[in-house]
Design a protein around this ligand. Structure first.
Ligand SMILES: NC(=O)c1ccc[n+]([C@@H]2O[C@H](COP(=O)([O-])OP(=O)(O)OC[C@H]3O[C@@H](n4cnc5c(N)ncnc54)[C@H](O)[C@@H]3O)[C@@H](O)[C@H]2O)c1
Length: 314
């Protein structure tokens, strides 16, 4: 990944070295920044470098220039001391994230940007325990899994975020090769997860109503509109088929779509049976360890190919 217009080498701290944190650290190191990663779980922290190395290998990139810029830090204070940019990618728990930002704001330099990678929690809520000065430096940077292969980062501003913090963060992310959009209102789930989870809600409602099983949902999505999505967004598609037809479809269909406001019983019942997903060998689908690993690898290869084929998605 080449350096862009800002050309400044930053000191970046990533809090949480799990699925997202290690990949975010990798992207920032690939962009030439010095990255300190921390995690309270020594087993997770201890494997972060290996996981980054594996990603780089899959991407056909040299390990050394990236890994030499990644430092493992045993404590949050050690990671954020001197950081220009702090990216929090710890567990999705409001109180935990609020406390982490209080701690990070106390240790990081007064100019540091404070960013959360929360999937859905409003950023304003995460800043509730910060003073005015720190709150003005807090925003959301919502990356997607796997962060080193999915281009988008949603940058979420709160009513308190300073304009220059938003502008600077967008520049830094773009220079790191990411596609950015600014979410102008701090709504739960931002843009991408609202769209994505609206589809998951309908999928689960179809299963619940006995229309089809989980495998069928995946076949339908992967063999139909899923194929179009990398080159034709839904708004482009609405224009392509014409807004009269689009309106007619909505008038007939919207009254019948799920408006559930609680998680699906399909998920609740699976969890109660211990069927929590790939790690458990069964979730909505059945998985051997080999199938789970093959799926992860297939996704990585597919995204690498797609990123080369369609670099510009604006
Ligand atoms: N998994 C995804 O697809 C995805 C996508 C976008 C955003 N997110 C968000 O990113 C965040 C991290 O998700 P993940 O999937 O990487 O989870 P994960 O469980 O893989 O990683 C979270 C890590 O945070 C660590 N942690 C917990 N408390 C900590 C603390 N006090 N200090 C430092 N580290 C701490 C945990 O030990 C764990 O290793 C969550 O907010 C999640 O909602 C996840």
């Amino acid at each position: 990944m080449s350096r862009g217009t800002t050309q400044t080498t930053l000191s970046v701290a990533v809090i949480g070295a799990g699925l997202m944190g290690h990949g975010i650290a990798q992207v920032m190191a690939q962009a030439g920044h010095h990255v300190a990663v921390t995690d309270t779980d020594p087993a997770v922290l201890g494997t972060a470098t290996d996981r980054i190395a594996r990603n780089l290998g899959e991407m056909g990139l040299a390990l050394e220039p990236v890994l030499e810029r990644v430092r493992l830090a045993n404590t949050l204070a050690e990671a954020v001391t001197g950081a220009d940019l702090v990216i929090e990618a710890a567990a999705e728990v409001v109180a935990l994230k609020q406390a982490l930002f209080v701690e990070a704001a106390a240790v990081a330099p007064p100019h540091a940007t404070l960013a959360s990678n929360t999937s859905v929690i409003p950023i304003t809520l995460l800043g509730e325990r910060l003073d005015e000065q720190a709150r003005a430096r807090l925003l959301g940077t919502h990356w997607w899994n796997p962060p080193h292969l999915i281009p988008l980062v949603e940058v979420i501003r709160t009513p308190f975020t300073r304009d220059d913090i938003v502008t600077r963060t967008v520049e830094v992310l773009r220079d790191a090769g990411k596609t950015t959009v600014v979410v102008q209102r701090d709504v739960t789930g931002f843009i991408g997860n609202r769209l994505n989870q609206a589809m998951w809600r309908e999928a689960l409602a179809l299963i619940e109503a006995g229309v089809c099983d989980a495998e069928t949902i995946d076949i339908v999505v992967k063999s139909s509109f899923g194929l179009r999505l990398p080159v034709l967004g839904p708004m482009e598609n609405a224009d392509l088929i014409g807004l009269e037809l689009t309106r007619n479809l909505h008038a007939l269909l919207f009254p019948d779509l799920s408006t559930a406001t609680t998680p699906s019983s399909v998920i609740d019942e699976a969890i109660a049976r211990g069927e929590t997903g790939m790690k458990a060998g069964r979730g909505l689908r059945t998985w051997t360890a080999e199938q789970a690993e093959a799926t992860r690898k297939r996704l990585a290869q597919h995204l690498l190919t797609l990123n080369r084929a369609t670099p510009d998605r604006a």
